[in-house]
Design a protein around this ligand. Sequence first.
Ligand SMILES: Nc1ccn([C@@H]2O[C@H](COP(=O)(O)OP(=O)(O)OP(=O)(O)O)[C@@H](O)[C@H]2O)c(=O)n1
Ligand SMILES: C[C@](O)(CO)[C@H](O)COP(=O)(O)O
Length: 228
Amino acid sequence: MNYHVVIPAAGQGKRMNAGMNKQFIELEGIPVIIHTLRVFERDDFCQGIVLVINDQEREQFVHMLHRFEIKKVKSLVSGGEERQQSVYNGLKAVNGNHIVLIHDGARPFVTMKKIHELVRVTKETGAAVLAVPVKDTMKQVIDGQVEKTVDRSSLWAVQTPQAFSMPLIIDAHERAKKEQFIGTDDASLVERIGHRVVVVEGEYTNIKLTTQEDLLFAEAILRARGDR
Ligand SMILES: Nc1ccn([C@@H]2O[C@H](COP(=O)(O)OP(=O)(O)OP(=O)(O)O)[C@@H](O)[C@H]2O)c(=O)n1
Ligand SMILES: C[C@](O)(CO)[C@H](O)COP(=O)(O)O
């Protein structure tokens, strides 16, 4: 059940429009990224964390890791223009051939229970993601008009962590890079080279903090949990 985790936290948070990296926004006095890191810091199966950051924020991250006693971060790696590049930079810094998880720094509410479920499945299958069934009706919209209503019975909203065998995800990233393919998640790189990706049902509370409204949901989730 041992694994390593790569946490991309080098984005600009444009949609959050907070005037700073959204990883530093405080929820109940604790920065978003620390909420995220603490889950893995507390998991005995986590053998090490690779954190991918903006170079100009290195000092802030070093200070924060020290202040909140996050000891499992083995390397602070520079991010790239795209999330995919940031993840690849992080993967290259992972030591060991365990299973590797890739988890957005902007998703602070993942639970250890779901992480362990994901790792167990990935040990058997080589690739797995957390996802939840969509709840709204989905329509394809072009130029502001409905093109078609999509059958939602097979639609899932995919989250992170996404988990892979190390050789598989390295191969998938290297082939995507060579073929100049950019996906919005890492599983799409594995799918495109013909490997099955298994879905593990996740939790609706495992939200990605993307826009201001998500901060309202985040405060409510923390209040409901009362234990963070
Ligand atoms: N070049 C990038 C882009 C994103 N990320 C990280 O990938 C995760 C998911 O990306 P997203 O939520 O889109 O973050 P941002 O790219 O910062 O958001 P935006 O698109 O609004 O700028 C975040 O933890 C973000 O920090 C990254 O490490 N490197
Ligand atoms: C990886 C991801 O979180 C899965 O839902 C999502 O694709 C990231 O998208 P973003 O635009 O980089 O936040």
